[in-house]
Design a protein around this ligand. Structure first.
Ligand code: NCD
Length: 307
């Protein structure tokens, strides 16, 4: 039961709990109208201290589609954070008003800290370059729906694996299912960090490969998870400009890939996937966006105990 619980990292929920959420998300997708009053009278606070399109709007759409209501801010400049209020005090205050908090913050560990001061469940919508567990719910639901399974897959991660929190969380999510293999494609400066290789991959005894040879890696992949180079987390512009277009997926490269590859991307895309790829049946990133809303509906309904 995830009722009343925080979600800070994917591992906070067991595999059985995740599977329960995916099954519920599937029922919500089939019969969305059945759920339109499920969270009536419940209130979500959506606190975004960092820019967002999909995550914030899908949290809010999910709550509204369950019949609940939403308050919050999309812009920390409009909150008392600019007056110097600590996150702890903001959370103590907001948790007195609402039933659940969804938040995004540029600092690693912010959601965990918030969960210690909140009297209601906290859902992490991204804490700096650390984790993004609801994107992982989205990604696992997408993979499960398209591939029929989340195990025994060769999954390629390409781009900014250092700062890409969606990558860290999805690796943690997929590492818990049997026989998944990972191929990490990045420039050396943006390699997958030690906290992922040591804490998650090595502990799980999982097979993985790090490479800069994207074209060579492509033909063996079942899933390709593309990511944007995280401009806002670089200390200098020069490095960003040098690295931003390291790997670009285009139609020519895609010809080397399996016919049943699924290309995912948490979005926003910048240059890393050429627009011509969008019309390829293997492009799954816009379908993925839709799964994200049902994943978050299932999450809120379960956390709030109204499912
Ligand atoms: C991602 C994020 O914010 O980490 N976007 C998202 O939530 N869908 C990826 C990104 O910003 O590159």
């Amino acid at each position: 039961m995830v009722t009343g619980r925080h979600l800070i990292e994917p591992k906070d929920f067991s595999i059985e709990e995740l599977e329960g959420l995916f099954a519920l998300a599937g029922r919500m997708e089939e019969q969305p109208r059945e759920w339109r009053d499920a969270a009536k009278g419940k209130l979500l606070a959506s606190l975004f201290f960092e820019p967002s399109t999909r995550t914030r709007l899908s949290f809010e759409a999910a709550m509204l589609r369950l019949g609940g209501s939403v308050i919050g801010f999309a812009e920390p400049g409009s909150s008392s954070a600019v007056k110097g209020e600590s996150l702890a005090d903001t959370i103590r205050t907001v948790s007195a008003y609402v039933d659940v908090i969804a938040m995004r913050n540029p600092k690693e560990g912010a959601a965990l800290l918030a969960s210690r001061f909140s009297t209601v469940p906290v859902v992490n919508g991204g804490d700096g370059g650390h984790h993004h567990p609801t994107q992982t719910l989205t990604d696992l639901l997408t993979i499960r729906s398209l591939k029929g399974r989340t195990e025994g897959l060769t999954v390629g991660f390409c781009g900014d694996l250092k700062f890409g929190r969606t990558v860290h969380s999805l690796v943690q999510g997929l590492a818990r299912y049997p026989r998944n293999r990972f191929v990490f494609v990045s420039p050396p400066e943006l390699r997958i960090p030690d906290f992922v290789t040591k804490e998650i991959i090595d502990k799980g005894g999982i097979e993985y490969l790090e490479t800069e040879d994207f074209e060579k890696a492509l033909p063996e992949l079942d899933i390709l998870y593309m990511t944007r180079v995280q401009k806002e987390r670089f200390f200098n512009e020069e490095d960003y400009l040098r690295l931003k277009d390291s790997f670009i997926l285009d139609g020519a490269k895609l010809r080397r890939a399996k016919a049943d590859l699924a290309v995912l991307h948490p979005l926003p895309r910048v240059n890393e996937i050429a627009v011509e790829v969008d019309s390829d049946p293997r492009a799954a990133y816009f379908a993925q966006v839709r799964y994200g809303m049902f994943a978050r509906m299932a999450l809120f309904a379960s956390i709030l105990g109204v499912a």
